[in-house]
Design a protein around this ligand. Structure first.
Ligand code: HEC
Ligand code: HEC
Ligand code: HEC
Ligand code: HEC
Length: 123
C-alpha cells in the first residue's frame, strides 16, 4: 500500500510539474498594456504573478476565450480606445477587472495596487 501511494504521488508531482511548464511556456511573464495610453503612463502587467503565483483562473480575465491555456484573443481586439456597441472601451474594461479585484483584495493584501501611479508607472 505504502509503495503504491508513493508511486501515485510521484505521478501527481510529475503531472503538476508538466502543467506548470506548459503554463510557463504559454503565459508571458509581463505584458505591456499601452495601446490607448494618452494621458497616463503605460502599465506593465505582471502576468505570471497573477496567473501562476496568485493562481487566478485564466477565465477571470480572458472571459471570452473557451480555452485560454491554448489560445487567447487580445483584450484590445474587442476593447478599443472608444466603446463599440455593448463592448466597453479598454480603460473601462481594465479598470473594472484590475482595480475591481484589487479593491476587494486590498484589506487582505496591500500589495494589490489601487493608486493610479502604482499601475501607471513612469519608468
Ligand atoms: C490596477 C491597475 C490600474 C490602476 C490602479 C489605475 N489604472 Fe488606469 N489603466 C489601467 C490599464 C491597464 C489601462 C489601459 C492602458 C492602455 O491600454 O494604454 C488604463 C487606462 C487608463 C486611461 C486611458 C489611457 C490613457 O492614458 O489616457 C486613463 C486616463 C487612466 N487609466 C487613468 C487612471 C487614473 C486617473 C487612475 C487612478 C484614479 C488609474 N487609471 C488607476 C490600469 C490601472
Ligand atoms: C488577472 C488577469 C489575467 C489572468 C488571471 C490571466 N491573464 Fe493572460 N493576459 C492578461 C492580459 C491583460 C493580457 C495581455 C493583454 C492583451 O493583449 O490582451 C494577457 C495575455 C496573455 C497571453 C498572450 C501574451 C502575448 O504576449 O501575446 C497568453 C498566452 C495568456 N495571457 C495566457 C493566460 C493563461 C493560460 C492564463 C491562466 C493560467 C492567464 N493568461 C491568466 C490577463 C490575465
Ligand atoms: C472577443 C471579444 C472580447 C475579448 C477578447 C475581451 N472582451 Fe471583455 N467584453 C467583451 C464584450 C462584448 C463585453 C460586454 C459584456 C459581455 O458581452 O460580456 C465585455 C465586457 C468586459 C468587462 C465588463 C465591463 C463592465 O462594465 O462591467 C470587463 C471587465 C472586460 N470585458 C474585461 C476584459 C479583459 C481584461 C480582456 C482581456 C484579458 C477582455 N475583456 C477580452 C468582449 C471581449
Ligand atoms: C482576481 C484578482 C486580480 C485581478 C483581476 C488583477 N489583479 Fe493585480 N494583483 C492582485 C493581487 C492579489 C496582487 C498582489 C500580489 C502580491 O501579493 O504580490 C496584485 C498585484 C498587482 C500589481 C503589483 C505587482 C507588484 O509587483 O507589486 C500590479 C501592477 C497589478 N496587480 C496590475 C494588475 C492589472 C493591470 C490587472 C488587470 C489586467 C490586474 N492586476 C488584475 C489581484 C488581481
Amino acid at each position: 500500500m505504502k509503495n503504491r501511494k508513493g508511486w501515485a504521488g510521484g505521478v501527481l508531482l510529475a503531472l503538476l510539474v508538466a502543467v506548470g511548464l506548459a503554463l510557463a511556456a504559454t503565459a508571458p511573464d509581463t505584458v505591456p498594456l499601452d495601446k490607448v495610453k494618452d494621458k497616463m503612463a503605460p502599465v506593465v502587467f505582471p502576468h505570471q504573478k497573477h496567473a501562476v503565483d496568485q493562481k487566478i483562473e485564466c477565465k477571470t480575465c480572458h472571459h471570452k476565450d473557451a480555452e485560454p491555456a491554448k489560445a487567447v484573443v487580445s483584450c484590445y481586439n474587442c476593447h478599443k480606445a472608444a466603446a463599440e456597441g455593448k463592448t466597453p472601451d479598454a480603460k473601462t474594461a481594465f479598470h473594472t477587472r484590475c482595480q475591481g479585484c484589487h479593491k476587494e483584495k486590498q484589506a487582505a493584501n496591500p500589495k494589490a495596487p489601487i493608486k493610479c501611479m502604482d499601475c501607471h508607472r513612469k519608468s
